[in-house]
Design a protein around this ligand. Structure first.
Ligand SMILES: Nc1nc2c(ncn2[C@@H]2O[C@H](COP(=O)(O)OP(=O)(O)O)[C@@H](O)[C@H]2O)c(=O)[nH]1
Ligand SMILES: [Mg+2]
Length: 303
């Protein structure tokens, strides 16, 4: 599975990965995340140590893709990639090719985390213009989706926002995006306020929301597949019984029956593998909902 992280440069993406890794390496709700690659493990841990002391990573413009492993207890749940997408598609000077590339990436992703700099949005009127392009791109990508997807809208640098109406200024430009995410049939949306620094908050929500929802969606799809193949197998069997009285050769019908039976067996085997994770994933989503509400930006009146 692939989670795509999308946001303008300086939004806090690199910082987030380091902090997320630091916290998820210790675990949350029984789930843990580890990099199998030792060099990546060391790099992220030392970056996180620095961030926790208030020293942020230097800017970089590499397109990065990290491979992580999610586990629950001693069970490996899944390997996933975390893509730091920083194509020029978010800037005003973009061409059609770059736009199609980011649209394809978003359409194929299994989870999307959108990073917006809350402090910049609250303090600088230019921020609103910058996120408009993000909104349009995301709306287009969501229109093209045929399968369900978790999407997190993460407001970064929440620690820098003063009390008062700063949150209303920061969130107002993203109101159209928030509304369309909430209303999109294929999207399971969450909004979170993030602080990465000496006092981290909300950090586990983006990554775990994506992973737990993805697991949940897979379990639900499997249950549906199982029910469908079971009833089609049954139907094919009945049909063969009926045909039996008319024709003597039933090979074609029987193979139809066997085909659906095989589908059923396959779905059953995968469902059995996922079964022990069903409850932990549900519990995790409940815990995340609480963590999210505790850190969520105050919702402006009238929304
Ligand atoms: N106060 C505060 N500053 C942050 C936070 N996250 C990032 N920053 C600042 O934002 C800058 C850019 O962050 P970075 O992770 O490199 O952004 P990227 O370009 O999206 O990867 C950092 O150098 C920090 O100064 C945060 O949670 N709190
Ligand atoms: Mg970066």
């Amino acid at each position: 599975m692939n989670i795509v992280m999308l946001g303008h440069s300086n939004a806090g993406k690199t910082t987030y990965i380091a902090m997320m890794y630091h916290l998820m390496r210790r675990g949350y709700g029984g789930f843990k995340i580890r990099a199998q690659d030792g060099a990546l493990d060391r790099e992220l841990r030392s970056a996180a140590d620095a961030v926790r002391q208030g020293s942020y990573p230097p800017p970089s413009s590499r397109r990065e893709q990290h491979v992580f492993r999610l586990s629950h207890g001693r069970r490996t749940v899944a390997d996933f990639t975390w893509t730091d997408y920083r194509g020029g598609a978010l800037s005003g000077r973009t061409d059609d090719e770059e736009t199609s590339r980011v649209l394809a990436e978003l359409t194929e992703a299994d989870g999307i985390v959108i990073f917006v700099d809350a402090h910049h949005l609250a303090e600088d009127a230019r921020g609103a213009r910058e996120v408009r392009r993000l909104t349009v791109l995301l709306q287009r990508a969501m229109e093209g989706r045929t399968s369900r997807i978790p999407v997190v809208l993460a407001y970064t640098k929440a620690d820098l926002l003063p009390p008062g109406d700063a949150w209303a200024r920061a969130t107002a430009p993203l109101d159209p995006l928030q509304r369309s995410l909430d209303g999109a049939a294929m999207v399971r949306a969450a909004t979170v306020a993030l602080s990465c620094g000496p006092r981290p908050a909300g950090v586990q929500v983006p990554v775990l929301w994506c992973l737990a929802q993805h697991l949940n969606i897979r379990v639900e799809d499997l249950e549906h597949e199982l029910a469908v193949s079971r009833s089609l197998a049954e139907e094919a069997k009945n049909k063969s019984g009926l045909w039996n009285s008319f024709v003597s050769t039933l090979d074609g019908v029987e193979s139809e029956y066997r085909k659906w039976q095989r589908h059923e067996q396959e779905a059953k085997a995968e469902a059995k593998e996922l079964a022990p994770l069903k409850r932990p994933a549900k519990r995790l989503l409940t815990a995340l909902e609480k963590a999210r509400v505790q850190t969520a930006p105050p919702v402006p009146a009238g929304r």
